[in-house]
Design a protein around this ligand. Structure first.
Ligand SMILES: CCCCC/C=C/C(=O)SCCNC(=O)CCNC(=O)[C@H](O)C(C)(C)COP(=O)(O)OP(=O)(O)OC[C@H]1O[C@@H](n2cnc3c(N)ncnc32)[C@H](O)[C@@H]1OP(=O)(O)O
Length: 291
């Protein structure tokens, strides 16, 4: 009963979650944080992490910190073997890094922010749990990084949604570990083209190129993720986890070895006048696009 009222409290706060009352009567422990709703179905051992930071689930320092803490809690919970990452904001999975965190702030702030971006990726990419991205909206840049860091991606087949690493279109450069993560997913040649041109792929092109594994009608994204999750959870954890680590460890180690220099690179890059100007111009263009 307490769980139900807590969840209903969140529903009221959000006003846009599409769960029915029947679904709400299931007694799933729910943690209603500021930016992410975490719902753990204990009998099944699967948690759903719903990003709920309107308007666009941008990855602010606050959001990233909460994300890493939430994921770590699930990682340490023996009752949780899988996580579905999705969004509670209509039409948006995540707009990527919060550009406001990269504009007009101090070098100390940029360093702290970048460490939080690294931490989010390290935790997600090396997770021992099965991770599935249920992509129910637009998914550019850092949003795409989150999705490709999961083990499997299911995207809503909506022609309005796109996914990709579009950084160069903003005049900025995705760091080596963004590049490595996407290259591990779609291969070297496709990554070269994708990164240089800052391509955002439609859902159908994303499936063709392999950024996503499956397309389903929008209303079926979560069910499809749950079905895939049960297939992956049928494999003994230990064997699956060692196989995952064998594939991902070299990529993770590369950032762990160069973590501090990567932070310094980011700070010296983002504090350049030309980069500040590009980011500000881009933010203004986003605002103008509205009008
Ligand atoms: C320096 C090295 C770093 C390298 C790595 C960088 C990685 C990144 O992730 S950079 C971020 C790249 N992200 C994008 O290019 C996405 C930009 N956003 C969009 O394209 C769109 O907002 C959308 C498709 C995601 C959603 O479109 P729509 O529903 O039409 O919403 P609006 O465009 O009207 O946006 C609403 C509101 O949100 C602000 N906003 C959007 N994206 C961001 C963002 N990434 N960071 C901060 N704020 C963002 C947008 O400006 C609007 O604000 P208001 O005008 O104040 O309402």
């Amino acid at each position: 009963m307490m769980i139900l009222s807590r969840l209903l409290g969140c529903q009221e706060q959000l006003g846009f979650l599409h769960q029915s009352k029947e679904e709400l009567t299931d007694s799933h422990p729910v943690v209603c944080n500021r930016n992410i709703l975490v719902e753990l179905e204990e009998g099944v051992g699967v948690a759903v992490m719903k990003m709920k930071s309107p308007p666009v689930n941008s990855l602010s320092l606050d959001f990233l910190t909460e994300f890493s803490i939430s994921l770590e809690k699930l990682e340490n919970d023996r009752g949780c073997r899988g996580v579905i990452l999705t969004s509670a904001v209509p039409k948006i999975f995540s707009a990527g890094l919060d550009i406001k965190e990269m504009c007009g702030k101090s070098a100390e702030h940029y360093a702290e922010f970048w460490r939080a971006v690294q931490e989010m990726w390290l935790k997600l990419y090396k997770s021992n749990m099965v991770t599935i991205a249920a992509i129910n909206g637009n998914c550019p840049a850092g949003g795409c990084l989150m999705a490709v860091s999961c083990d499997y991606r299911i995207m809503a087949e909506n022609p309005k949604y796109s996914i990709g690493l579009n950084e160069t279109q903003l005049g900025i450069v995705a760091p080596f570990w963004f590049k490595d993560t996407i290259a591990n997913t779609i291969g070297h040649r496709a990554t070269e083209r994708s990164l240089q041109l800052g391509l955002l792929y439609s859902a159908s092109d994303a499936l063709k190129i392999g950024i996503v594994d499956e397309l389903v009608p929008e209303e079926k994204v979560l069910n499809a993720a749950a079905a895939t999750m049960s297939q992956w959870l049928a494999i003994p954890d230990y064997a699956r986890q060692i196989s995952k680590s064998m594939m991902r460890k070299p990529t993770l180690d590369r950032l762990l070895t160069h973590r501090e220099s990567d932070i310094q690179n980011f700070v010296s890059f983002v504090t350049k006048d030309s980069i500040q100007k590009s980011l500000q111009t881009y933010m203004e263009s986003l605002k103008q696009r509205k009008g």
